[in-house]
Ligand binder design. Structure first.
Ligand code: NDP
Ligand code: MG
Length: 413
């Protein structure tokens, strides 16, 4: 089935891999592209994929892109048909632009691959425009799962998971009765610090935490994987996606990242989905499910070189952030937003070497302790809680607004 995509976060790890699939499949084309500030890559993507509209969240960057498109359109060396296209290409900006890109009339499917809870409002806009949604952005479900999933039901739209663990569970659940599920077994690689003692984590620097053993991802999720906070976010994500209680979701370390997650049924049968640690398969399945398209040989497991599969259980003392996240998910209301926003703010500060590695879980814990939970929060209350948690972390560690705004030189690893 032909699908036109609006890709939010097109310059990131998931976004560029989604575009890799567009190169591989004649069924896919691009209706809209959005990013935060990466003009150079967005310009290359515009020339290659010819979207009908683009958005850069940062206003000055959107203006600079407009200028570049204009210059290119006026350049006599540019072929005439390209000049006409570049002249007419709308360049949107800010949250309004991101929401318009999410709801772009020419798109069938919106791929939400921005990082952080900035994804909430564009996801809502895509649902209201009745798009199919391929959701990579887990922070959106963590903070606003109750709002998003009830809107998905109300508008009758399809929302498919891109996250590899959730894609695995989604695949294992095909053809099964919901009532027969006993628990979800969410696998984790354990990250670069698997098997470490707490003292060994004290002096961790960004360059150490950015080295993931199996996956190549954006900087924020790579840090989240090292703290195992990513897994806490994923437990909450699974709870909302599959409507399974937090208590029935278990985390299992599977260091080879070959088993992407499992479902245990009431009779004791366990179904697992296996594959190489690559995001192409989960992105492909999110776009085409229940169909599949052929992918290249590098996407296939080689059982001659796969000699063993190991399993263990994470240590909650060492991976304090994992325990806190599960606690936040069980508490519910605005607590997951506090957990998530405090983590986003702390991770940004850690990447700028403004706070220590263990300040990440310590800051989150302090924010959670100081927070008065609101039950069943509205979108406005979620955004207020986000602002509160971010300010809490900045105050606690003496970080200025300026620090927050400071651009990271390299946001992908
Ligand atoms: P990256 O950091 O690689 O990319 C983030 C993308 O979002 C970039 O295109 C960035 O633009 C864009 N972006 C950030 N802020 C804004 C904004 N305010 N407005 C518009 N665009 C914005 O992240 P990943 O691709 O790694 O992760 C994306 C999401 O997918 C996250 O929620 C993550 O948890 C989830 N995920 C990622 C996986 C992976 O393998 N990478 C696996 C499973 C889930 P710019 O480049 O201009 O800054
Ligand atoms: Mg994952």
């Amino acid at each position: 089935m032909k699908q036109r995509l609006s890709i939010l976060g097109s310059t990131g790890s998931i976004g560029t891999q989604t575009l890799e699939l567009v190169r591989l499949s004649s069924e896919l084309s691009v209706a809209a592209l959005a990013a935060r500030s990466n003009i150079k890559l967005l310009m290359e993507q515009i020339l290659e994929f010819r979207p009908g509209l683009v958005c850069l969240y940062e206003e000055d960057k959107a203006e600079a892109l407009r200028q570049q498109l204009k210059e290119r359109a006026e350049d006599q060396e540019t072929p005439e048909e390209l000049r006409a296209y570049l002249r007419d290409l709308p360049v949107l900006r800010g949250m309004e632009g991101l929401m318009k890109a999410a709801a772009c009339p020419e798109a069938d499917t919106t791929v939400v691959a921005v990082v952080g809870m900035i994804g909430i409002r564009p996801t809502i806009a895509a649902i209201e425009a009745r798009k199919k949604i391929a959701l990579a952005n887990k922070e959106t479900l963590v903070c606003a799962g109750h709002i998003i999933m009830s809107m998905v039901r109300e508008y009758g739209v399809t929302l498919t998971p891109v996250d590899s663990e959730h894609s695995a569970i989604f695949q294992c659940l095909q053809g099964e009765e919901k009532g027969s599920v006993e628990k979800l077994l969410l696998t984790a690689s354990g990250g670069p610090f698997r098997g470490y003692r707490l003292e060994q984590l004290r002096d961790i620097r960004p360059k150490d935490a950015l080295k993931h053993p199996n996956w190549s991802m954006g900087a924020k999720i790579t840090i989240d994987s090292s703290t195992m906070i990513n897994k806490a976010l994923e437990v909450m994500e699974a709870h909302w996606l599959f409507d399974v209680p937090m208590e029935d979701i278990e985390v299992v370390i599977q260091p080879q990242s070959v088993i992407h997650s499992m479902v245990q049924f009431q009779d004791g049968a366990v179904k697992a989905q296996l594959g190489v640690p690559s995001m192409l398969i989960p992105i492909e399945y999110a776009l085409f499910a229940p169909e599949r398209i052929p992918l290249p040989p590098e996407e296939k497991l080689d059982f001659r070189s796969l000699t063993k599969l190991d399993f263990s259980i994470p240590d909650p003392e060492v991976f304090r952030g994992l325990a806190l996240g599960i606690q936040a998910g069980k508490r519910g209301g605005t607590m997951p937003t506090v957990f998530n926003a405090a983590n986003e703010e702390a991770v940004a500060a850690f990447l700028q070497e403004r706070i220590a590695y263990l300040d990440i879980p310590a800051g989150i814990e302090a924010a959670m302790e100081a927070h008065e939970v609101k039950e069943d929060p509205s979108l406005e209350e979620i955004l207020e809680t986000e602002a509160w948690a971010r300010a809490f972390i900045r105050d606690r560690f003496g970080l200025s607004e300026e620090t927050k705004a400071k651009k990271l030189e390299d946001t992908t690893c």
